[in-house]
Design a protein around this ligand. Structure first.
Ligand code: DX5
Ligand code: ZN
Length: 237
């Protein structure tokens, strides 16, 4: 939103800390993107997840700041936020662009930069909330040195990043529990990958409050109904 230079907006932090399903547009029908995002917002979604991939950190190439810009007005008018997951090398180079385009929350991968502290500082300075993501093989301790002062959100990948529709890695539940218990209470915990009706509840029980769902929502004929079913399965209002 970039309305709050020097730190994330309170409304953004509030939404990120609540129990929520965050539909990922990665699996949406791009010829009807606005319509599909409107459907999940009408069903109650207030956090829309945007997966940016560069063909280097992960093999696929998706989209970037232009996609954030295309969605920003619609999402913000509904009181929802854009949760941008950067799966790109040296993400600090793109923080300002993505924030200017209308992101509310920006998450970078710890594996993608030697300058995590700098990247998180840049995100906060851009007016967005700052997230750090860890791949399945990355230890939760990689967030220890930034958790207290710079982190608003910790994202635990429960599949290898790069593709929607993969199977949930069961070990992620133990990892989520360790992540949650090692972080200050104000840091949101997001789980991403393989979350659907059968896996959602255990993610919440393990300590995640934000559940990203791509194919389980947008890969179905009725995204709003799928959203509601997953929210109910997770015990999320
Ligand atoms: C994968 C992305 C995810 C993806 C999840 O690298 O970060 O956000 O959309 O897709 P599903 O929910 O289908 O596993
Ligand atoms: Zn993602």
């Amino acid at each position: 939103m970039a309305e709050h230079p020097g730190g994330p907006a309170d409304a953004t932090l509030r939404l990120l800390r609540e129990p929520r399903i965050a539909p990922s547009i990665l699996s949406a029908d791009f010829t009807r993107l606005g319509e599909q995002v409107g459907e999940v917002i009408a069903a109650g979604a207030r956090v829309i997840h945007v997966d940016v991939m560069d063909g280097r950190f992960v093999a696929p190439i998706t989209f970037g700041a232009l996609m954030v810009e295309a969605l920003a007005d619609q999402v913000h008018a509904a009181g929802a936020i854009l949760d941008v997951h950067l799966m790109i090398e040296r993400p600090e180079r793109y923080v300002a662009d993505v924030a200017r385009a209308g992101a509310d929350s920006i998450t970078v991968h710890v594996e993608a930069t030697p300058h995590l502290h700098y990247a998180l500082q840049a995100i906060r300075e851009s007016g967005c909330s700052a997230g750090a993501a860890i791949c399945p093989a990355t230890p939760t301790s990689s967030l220890d040195e930034v958790a207290h002062e710079l982190l608003d959100l910790a994202l635990c990948m429960s599949v290898n990043p790069g593709w929607g529709g993969q199977e949930f890695i069961p070990w992620s539940l133990q990892k989520l529990a360790r992540l949650r218990s090692g972080l200050p209470d104000h840091v949101a915990v997001e789980v991403d990958g393989g979350v659907h009706e059968a896996t959602a509840r255990s993610c919440v029980e393990a300590g995640a409050n934000l559940l990203v769902t791509g194919s389980a929502v947008f890969g179905t004929p009725d995204p709003a109904a799928a959203y509601a079913a997953i929210a109910a399965a997770a015990g999320i209002g």
